[in-house]
Write a protein that binds this ligand. Structure first.
Ligand code: S3P
Length: 169
């Protein structure tokens, strides 16, 4: 069975949506940021601070090669920049979780642990820089995706159902 690869901007809800899909199906989930943190035994934030973004991106590409060769039938959630790895569609069906920047930013701010959510994301330290990154990436996310799911004004169970319905077709 093919993998499902969830892509989308930081804070759009890839993690919570992945957990809901797992609850509703026989899928088991992997998360590329979690794989990288366990490979390195340090947090993403620390990897960025100690080694820089370029090194982090090389780890993402290494994980992508490993997933392509070794993983199937799995729901893979990814970091917001993972869409850039070469041939992402060869890993599985790529599902973009899409919402406007303001929706994403408000979703983070509404979280009871908003400070923590922002602090762990080195590329979300400055809202204007994050917005520019979003604008720059949007066409590239759309290009990388096989399926686009608009997550605006939908709850997590509804989004999970939509993903399962669309990938089955
Ligand atoms: C990144 C997103 C993060 C993490 C890293 C870089 C990005 O993942 O991989 O901080 O480039 O958008 P989330 O999308 O889970 O925040």
């Amino acid at each position: 069975m093919k993998n499902i690869v969830l892509i989308g901007f930081m804070g759009v809800g890839k993690g919570s949506i992945a957990r809901e899909v797992v609850k509703k199906s026989s899928f088991v989930a992997l998360d590329t940021d979690d794989i990288i943190e366990s490979m390195e035994n340090r947090k993403i934030k620390t990897i960025f601070a100690e080694e820089g973004e370029k090194y982090f991106r090389s780890l993402e590409r290494k994980v992508a090669r490993w997933l392509k060769k070794n993983v199937e039938g799995t729901l893979i959630s990814t970091g917001g920049g993972f869409y850039k790895v070469p041939n992402i569609k060869k890993i599985g069906t790529v599902v973009l979780l899409h919402a406007p920047f303001e929706t994403i930013y408000n979703r983070i701010l509404e979280h009871p642990e908003a400070d923590k959510k922002l602090a762990k994301r080195p590329l979300f330290q400055d809202i204007e820089k994050a917005r520019a990154l979003y604008e720059e990436r949007l066409p590239l996310y759309l290009k990388a995706a096989d399926i686009v799911i608009d997550v605006r004004d939908k709850n997590v169970p509804k989004i999970a159902n939509e993903i399962l319905k669309k990938v089955k077709r």
